[in-house]
Design a protein around this ligand. Structure first.
Ligand code: UDP
Length: 458
C-alpha cells in the first residue's frame, strides 16, 4: 500500500506487551504506520525484548522491568503483568517527558501513544503528560465481549455452574457460546485477583480509540456490542501480518530446515501441529498427542517448543518409539517460521491451540484447522472457528483417539474437503477486506487520518 499524504515523520510511541502473541501484532502495526509516514518508537520491557537490529527503521526505548529472578512461567503470568505495570511506569514517564520536552531526542513531535491493553501504565503516563493514547486489542472483539458475558453471569449467580454436565449448554442470548467456551472455567469460583485483572483489562480508560487486529466481517456483532460500552472510534485493520510486509518478530530461533522438508511433501498432505508460545501441557497429554499423531498415519510437522512441558525438555519426553515409527513421514522441531509453514503448499491442515495470531495466519492461507484450545481467548476462537466460520473441526477431547480421528477426517475425508473449501473461501474474503475498498483497508485509511488529526505535541 502506498503512503497517503499524511504529515511526514510524526512520532508514534508503541508499547507492546512482552509475549510473542502480543509483540508480533504490535510490531506489525508499527510497520503499517511506518509505511504511512509515521516514525515509530518502541518502548519495550527488557524481558522478552524485541531485537532492534531486526527492525532498523524503528527506535527502541528499553524499560527496566526488574523482572530478573522473577518466575516468568505460565503459572505466574498475572504476577508478571502486575510487576511490569508497576515497574515500567517511571522509566516510561522519564522517556516520554524527554520526548515531549526536548524534541531533539526524537526529532519530531509525538502524535500519540499506542499501548497493548495489558500495558496500562502507558495510558497513565499519556494521561499525565496530556498525550492522546490509543489502545491496541490483539484479540477478537468476540473474546473481549465474552468477559462482559462472564461478568453478567457472575452478577446473576448463574456461574459457577453446579455440575460439569452443564458446560455443554448454550449460554442464553449469547450466540454462539456455550458455558465451556467461556475464557474462564464456568464450574469453579474465579479468584478475586483474576476478576480484578479482567475488569481492569476491559477498561479502556481515557483512550481516544481502539485498534483491532480483526476484521469487520468476522467480528461485526461483537464489535457493535463493545462499541456501546466504549464510545470512541474503532479501527479494525486486521489481519496485520497481511497489511505489513513480513518482518522478523520471533523471540525464539526459527528452524527453517522444516521448509526444505515441506518442499519434498505432496500438496495439502501435511498436518502442521503447534500449541503456540505460551500454552503448557502435562506429559500425559504430550504422549496422547504423539500417539494420536502417529496413529493418524498422515505426514506431519510438529513444533514442540522447549517450554511446552513447563520444565522438562518436551522433545526428550516424547515416547521412545514415536520418532522411530514416524521418521519416514514426520518432522519434529522446537519452533518453526510459522507463517511460511502455513503458506507452504504441502500444508493441508493445522492442529492448533487457536491463539488469535495462529488462527489468523491459518485463515489467511486457507488452511483448515483442528481446534485444541487450552485457555482464555483460544476457547472463544475455537467456537467461532468450528461453529460460526466453519473452517475448523472441534476435537471431542484432547485424547489420543480423538486426535487420530480428527486428523484423518480433516486430511483424507469428504468432510475434511468441505472444510478446506470453506477455508479457501474465507481466505478470499480476507483478501477482499484488505484490498482497496475492503473494510480493513478503509479502516486503516481512517486510522491514519485520525492519528494525523490528534493534537499530540506541537
Ligand atoms: N509461532 C511461530 N513458530 C512456532 C509457533 C508459533 O512463529 O513454532 C508464532 C505464530 O506464528 C504466532 C505466534 O507464534 O504468530 C503465537 O501467537 P498466538 O496468538 O497464535 O498464540 P500464543 O502464543 O499467544 O498463545
Amino acid at each position: 500500500m502506498e503512503t497517503s499524504g499524511v504529515e511526514k515523520r510524526r512520532g508514534v510511541v508503541l508499547v507492546p506487551c512482552p509475549f510473542q502473541g502480543h509483540i508480533t501484532p504490535m510490531l506489525q502495526l508499527g510497520w503499517i504506520l511506518h509505511s504511512k509516514g509515521f516514525s515509530i518508537h518502541i518502548a519495550h520491557t527488557k524481558f522478552n525484548s524485541p531485537n532492534p537490529s531486526n527492525l532498523p527503521h524503528f527506535t527502541f526505548l528499553p524499560l527496566s522491568d526488574y523482572l530478573d529472578g522473577c518466575d516468568t512461567s505460565f503459572h505466574n503470568l498475572l504476577n508478571v503483568m502486575s510487576v511490569i505495570n508497576t515497574n515500567c511506569e517511571a522509566p516510561f514517564q522519564e522517556y516520554m517527558m524527554k520526548m515531549v520536552g526536548e524534541e531533539e531526542v526524537c526529532g519530531q513531535p509525538v502524535a500519540c501513544i499506542i499501548y497493548d491493553s495489558i500495558m496500562q501504565f502507558a495510558e497513565a503516563v499519556a494521561n499525565r503528560l496530556k498525550l492522546p493514547s490509543i489502545v491496541l486489542r490483539t484479540t477478537t472483539a468476540a473474546y473481549m465481549h465474552s468477559h462482559n458475558v462472564m461478568f453478567q453471569l457472575l452478577a446473576e449467580n448463574l456461574v459457577p455452574l453446579p455440575a460439569e454436565s452443564q458446560l455443554e449448554a448454550a449460554i442464553p442470548q449469547v450466540y454462539p457460546l456455550r458455558f465451556k467456551d467461556l475464557p474462564l472455567p464456568a464450574t469453579i469460583e474465579i479468584p478475586q485477583p483474576v476478576l480484578d485483572f479482567l475488569h481492569s483489562y476491559m477498561d479502556i480508560r481515557s483512550s481516544s480509540a481502539v485498534i483491532w487486529n480483526t476484521m469487520d466481517q468476522l467480528d461485526h456483532w461483537a464489535l457493535q456490542q463493545l462499541q456501546q460500552d466504549w464510545p470512541v472510534p474503532f479501527f479494525s485493520i486486521g489481519p496485520f501480518h497481511k497489511m505489513a510486509p513480513a518482518i522478523p518478530t520471533s523471540l525464539l530461533e526459527e528452524e527453517s530446515g522444516c521448509l526444505s522438508w515441506l518442499d519434498k511433501q505432496a500438496p495439502n498432505s501435511v498436518i502442521y501441529v503447534s500449541l503456540g508460545s505460551l500454552a503448557i501441557i502435562d506429559e500425559k497429554k504430550l504422549i496422547e498427542m504423539a500417539r494420536g499423531i502417529a496413529k493418524s498415519e498422515q505426514p506431519f510437522l510438529w513444533a514442540v517448543r522447549p517450554s511446552l512441558l513447563n520444565g522438562s525438555d518436551a522433545i526428550k519426553s516424547l515416547p521412545e518409539d514415536f520418532m522411530k515409527i514416524t521418521q519416514e513421514r514426520g518432522m519434529v522441531v522446537q519452533w518453526t517460521p510459522q507463517k511460511k509453514v502455513l503458506a507452504h503448499p504441502a500444508v493441508g491442515g493445522f492442529l492448533t491451540h487457536c491463539g488469535w495470531n495462529s488462527t489468523l495466519e491459518s485463515m489467511c492461507e486457507g488452511v483448515p484447522l483442528i481446534c485444541m484450545p487450552c485457555f482464555s481467548d483460544q476457547l472463544v476462537n475455537a467456537r467461532y472457528l468450528t461453529y460460526v466460520w466453519r473452517v475448523g473441526m472441534e476435537l471431542e477431547n484432547a485424547g489420543e483417539r480423538s486426535i487420530q480421528e480428527a486428523i484423518r477426517t480433516l486430511m483424507v475425508s469428504e468432510e475434511g474437503d468441505a472444510i478446506r473449501q470453506r477455508a479457501l473461501h474465507m481466505k478470499r474474503e480476507i483478501e477482499r477486506s484488505i484490498n482497496e475498498g475492503g473494510s480493513s483497508y478503509d479502516s486503516l485509511y481512517r486510522l491514519v487520518e485520525f492519528i494525523t488529526s490528534l493534537p499530540g505535541t506541537k
